[in-house]
Design a protein around this ligand. Structure first.
Ligand code: ING
Length: 303
């Protein structure tokens, strides 16, 4: 019996460093409304969807750094997105830079939230695999200072009942680690959202630049098939503050096929009517209950 879910993936084009949160939220609301027109029940936005990807810049002043973070979700500038989604009756996923105060200490994470059709937050994720470096590399054309600006996530890879299935999230570099997808699948996920900001040039490994798109699709398509997952990968793309970033926002089926893919380097919504039950069918094909047993891994590891 199919379990239909119409999913939108809202790719973001470049966000300039002087674009205000409310200007960006207006762009996200425009894609949300387009999703509503096309019958979407949930729309996924990208990683750090509210600002330019500031880990590409060396920022020494703490006050300046904190300006790129959200201290509340929703906050005054993001509330209009939550309100419009609730008005339209659409759920969404949103990546953002999170500044939390825990035990009187500032904690900074690369985070995402899953929001229901009623505008209430269902789930919260904090990026686990942080790429890049801590020190300033002035000779590089841009930085990747996620290891400096963010802590590793401390929420694991949770999953939630939502939109007629079981849903999880990961973020960008998480997609390059099979553990991310395996943990989501072990948690029963049938559909996973993954926003990303992926430069097409890696300063330390320029000979890999031409493989950026291939490695991205390899990660998404293999993860989908090997874990019986629908995967919704959402890019921040185009040339953002001088950094050219990969597009290829995609909706990937549990068979590993690409069901829908963006064709521009701008704000672009792609939509696909997903049968969430296909995830369960692939689990039945692989006999998950019998074959996906932790003790097997122990056995394999001991030989
Ligand atoms: N960006 C990149 C990503 O994982 C990267 C960093 C690119 C790491 C290519 C390794 C290879 O897509 C983020 N934000 O994680």
């Amino acid at each position: 019996m199919p379990r239909w879910l119409t999913v939108g993936a809202a790719q973001s084009g470049p966000i300039s460093r002087d674009e205000s949160r409310s200007e960006v939220v207006d762009r996200l609301i425009a894609m949300l409304r387009e999703g509503h027109k096309q019958g979407c029940q949930v729309v996924a936005f990208t990683e750090v969807a509210l600002t330019a990807f500031f880990p590409h810049w060396w920022i020494e002043d703490e006050e300046e750094l904190d300006r790129w973070f959200e201290t509340e979700m929703p906050g005054p500038e993001t509330q209009p997105l939550f309100d419009e989604a609730a008005r339209l009756g659409i759920g969404f996923q949103l990546g953002y830079a999170e500044l939390a105060i825990e035990d009187g200490k500032k904690r900074r994470f690369n985070s995402s939230v899953l929001v229901g059709a009623d505008g209430e937050i269902i789930g919260h994720f904090r990026k686990m695999h942080l790429p890049g470096h801590i020190e300033h590399r002035p000779h590089n054309p841009f930085q990747n200072l996620e290891q400096r600006y963010f802590e590793r996530g401390n929420l694991g890879f949770p999953t939630w009942e939502a939109f007629g299935g079981r849903v999880g999230m990961c973020i960008c570099n998480d997609r390059r680690w099979p553990e991310s997808w395996r943990m989501l699948a072990l948690g029963g996920a049938e559909l996973a959202f993954c926003g990303y900001n992926t430069p097409e040039h890696i300063p330390e490994h320029p000979h890999m630049d031409h493989l950026t798109a291939f490695h991205h699709q390899l990660c998404m398509q293999s993860a989908a098939y090997l874990n019986s997952l629908w995967i919704v990968g959402v890019a921040k793309t185009g040339v953002e503050e001088g950094v050219s970033q990969l597009g290829l926002t995609s909706i990937v089926t549990p068979s590993g096929q690409i069901a829908a893919q963006a064709s521009t380097l701008e704000d672009e919504l792609i939509v696909h009517r997903c049968d969430v039950e296909l995830s369960a069918e692939y689990r039945r094909l692989f006999k998950y209950e019998r074959n996906r047993r932790p003790e097997f891994y122990g056995l394999i590891a001991s030989h």
